[in-house]
Design a protein around this ligand. Structure first.
Ligand code: NAP
Length: 324
């Protein structure tokens, strides 16, 4: 079977698709025919050796997928070959097949297509964990989502709308703002403009701003934080801009706001029981029509290098998904 391999840390274009032996499931495991695999910003950092965790080389990237069960190992019950599933893999999901613990799989509901499902787990779990559990978002509150057309941002738009919040999307291009509106945002602002805070002020004049969801960092962070109403919450989610903002803590005092770190990965490693209820809620919301997942951006698996490179330079719109 074909699998994407990172032989040495470097630009994504150096990734190779190589023929390797197909995986064989051990006890408690299944092998899944991967139809689609989700790509996160972290994947692009990791193949360059720029992420805080450096896997031993060579490694096989890809950590979320959708597909069909191909083979079932010993001591596995409740699953059938051919069954549609989604899940997380420690590595190796950018491949024709991936081997995972059966207990980590989720049956794919009929209302989720494979492409959407492949990019669903990490970003939607992060959004619900961040907005609800870390930020305590209430219905009717106004939330500003930075990088709102990215994978993490577009999921937050959809989940915030499912929570009956008013969503202001910040994105840098017309195409991205249209994508954020298509994902459910109520309004969109161009935060690449110097005076973007004036446009934001006009949008929050009547409602105030109760929350910021920030997977971007960089220059947008301080104006966003300064725009919060008293009691507001600033959710620190990521730093896709490459710059970690340095903000005086006096601002938290002056704005009477909270700055809250959202680390879904760390929280779910510390408490493996976190994700079951998150995914149950999210998939129930999809089934009932309360949550409409944002459109994703698909590329063939063969274009993995160019796709990761495009994502790292902010050229992708929506969650990036690689398809077999
Ligand atoms: N805290 C958590 O639990 C958690 C979970 C998952 C991911 N994350 C983090 O969330 C961040 C976003 O990940 P993602 O998968 O959503 O990435 P993505 O799909 O590439 O989206 C990132 C967005 O950031 C904006 N951006 C601003 N400056 C950029 C730059 N120099 N290069 C690239 N993008 C830039 C872009 O929007 P504009 O062009 O509109 O500015 C882009 O759409 C990453 O830092 C990731 O590590 C955190």
């Amino acid at each position: 079977m074909l699998a994407v391999r990172c032989q040495s840390f470097g630009p994504p274009e150096a990734l190779e698709r190589v023929e390797i032996d197909p995986p064989v499931p051990g006890p408690g495991e299944v092998v899944v025919d991967v139809t689609a695999a989700g790509v996160g910003f972290v994947d692009g950092l990791m193949v360059q050796g720029l992420y805080q965790v450096k896997p031993p080389l060579p490694y096989f990237p890809g950590s979320e997928f959708a597909g069909r069960i191909a083979h079932i190992g010993a001591d596995v019950s409740g699953w059938e070959t051919g069954q549609r599933v989604m899940g997380l893999a420690p590595s190796g999901a950018f491949a024709d097949q991936v081997r995972v613990a059966a207990a980590s799989l989720i049956p794919l509901p009929p209302d989720l297509d494979d492409h959407t499902a492949a990019g669903f787990f990490i970003n939607y779990a992060t959004a619900l964990f961040g907005l609800r559990d870390c930020g305590h978002l209430e219905a009717g509150e106004t939330v500003l989502i930075l990088g709102a057309a990215g994978g993490v941002g577009s999921a937050a738009v959809a989940v915030a709308k499912a929570m009956d919040a008013r969503v202001i999307a910040a994105a840098s291009t017309e195409t991205k703002r249209e994508a954020a509106l298509a994902a459910g945002a109520d309004v969109a602002v161009d935060y690449s403009q110097q005076d973007w805070r004036e446009a934001l002020k006009a949008e929050i004049r009547e409602t105030g701003l109760q929350m910021v969801y920030d997977p971007v960092g960089g220059d947008a962070a301080e104006p966003a934080l300064r725009s919060l109403s008293p009691g507001g919450r600033y959710l620190v989610v990521g730093f896709a801009s490459g710059t970690i903002p340095r903000i005086g803590l006096n601002l938290a005092l002056l704005k009477r706001c909270s700055i809250v770190g959202v680390d879904w990965g760390g929280a779910s490693r510390a408490d493996p029981s976190l994700n079951g209820p998150l995914m149950t809620t999210l998939l129930q919301w999809v089934a009932s029509g309360r949550l409409s997942p944002a459109p994703v951006s698909t590329r063939p698996m063969a274009e993995v290098g160019a796709a990761l490179s495009d994502q790292l330079s902010g050229r992708t719109v929506g969650k990036l998904v690689l398809c077999n």
